[in-house]
Write a protein that binds this ligand. Structure first.
Ligand SMILES: Nc1ncnc2c1ncn2[C@@H]1O[C@H](COP(=O)(O)OP(=O)(O)OP(=O)(O)O)[C@@H](O)[C@H]1O
Length: 250
């Protein structure tokens, strides 16, 4: 068995602004994500969780510390090879799909960029996998519900067969009933494809549905790591985590 973590953060630091306006958004964040595992960063708004995800995704190359992927330190600029292996699903499926592109076009683009040959077969297969089916090829985003759009966004991420999915609050823009459907889809896809997930969310129930391990963030730091059983049993060391769990259960 390969014991090397697929993703490892070592003392990640992120600042915004300069001089007196300089804000330390992330401080000394370290964690490891095993291949095939699912890790959730959780915390209230402003704790720094999205900043961590954005730095990993290559959307912010101003960070300190190191990010290791498959045992190698990443340079701050990500290359095409990285995007073949790592894909991101964003919070808002309304904003993340181009309004004038059909579903098939949205899915064909990454296949072309990464030079896959059997584009049309892969499009049909991934649409089946996300529970939409090939008939959705010809739809435009305005002809889709929020949940269907998020399924397309997930299909777009998965169509090039990445290893790691970065999930930024993937259900928080959706109705509660649809949230559960999308979470169940993500659980199934991870099992079927042996994917690795890193997710950020402010919602404990969402994170524990998907992630076996959780990093509790507060004021830019991971104050405590918990596994699923700890969360369920309310086993925590830190008063902040206890208060967060209590508020989430209320
Ligand atoms: N581009 C930016 N410029 C300046 N400050 C920023 C920027 N992005 C984030 N911050 C600040 O960094 C801190 C962490 O923000 P971040 O978005 O990572 O937190 P978060 O926990 O993901 O919150 P949310 O769930 O609201 O997105 C906050 O104080 C925020 O105001």
């Amino acid at each position: 068995m390969n014991q090397q973590p697929l993703l490892e953060m070592a003392s990640l630091e992120i600042h915004f602004g300069r001089g007196r306006g300089r804000v330390k958004a992330v401080e000394e964040v370290s964690f490891k994500l095993a291949r095939g595992g699912a890790y959730g960063l959780i915390g209230e708004s402003g704790c720094g969780k999205s900043s961590v995800l954005r730095a990993i995704a290559g959307l912010n190359d101003h960070y300190g510390g190191s990010i290791l992927f498959d045992g190698r330190e990443l340079s701050p600029r990500r290359d095409k090879h990285w995007f073949k292996r790592v894909q991101m699903v964003f919070q808002d499926p309304y904003a993340s799909l181009h309004p004038r592109k059909t579903v098939a076009k949205v899915l064909r683009e990454p296949l072309r960029i990464h030079r896959f040959k059997d584009e049309e077969r892969r499009i049909d297969r991934v649409l089946d996998e996300v529970g939409l089916g090939a008939a959705f090829r010809y739809r435009y985003p305005h002809q889709l519900s929020g949940g269907q759009r998020q399924r397309v966004a997930i299909a777009r991420a998965l169509v090039i067969e990445p290893e790691l999915l970065l999930l930024d609050e993937p259900t928080s823009a959706l109705d509660v009933s649809v949230q559960a459907e999308i979470l169940n889809l993500l659980v199934r896809l991870r099992a079927e494809r042996g994917l690795t997930y890193l997710m950020v969310s402010h919602d404990l129930a969402v994170v524990t549905h998907l992630c076996g391990r959780v990093g509790m963030m507060h004021a830019g730091r991971i104050v405590e790591e918990l596994d699923e059983a700890d969360v369920r049993a309310g086993h925590t060391r830190e008063a902040y985590t206890r208060a967060f769990l209590a508020a989430s259960a209320a």
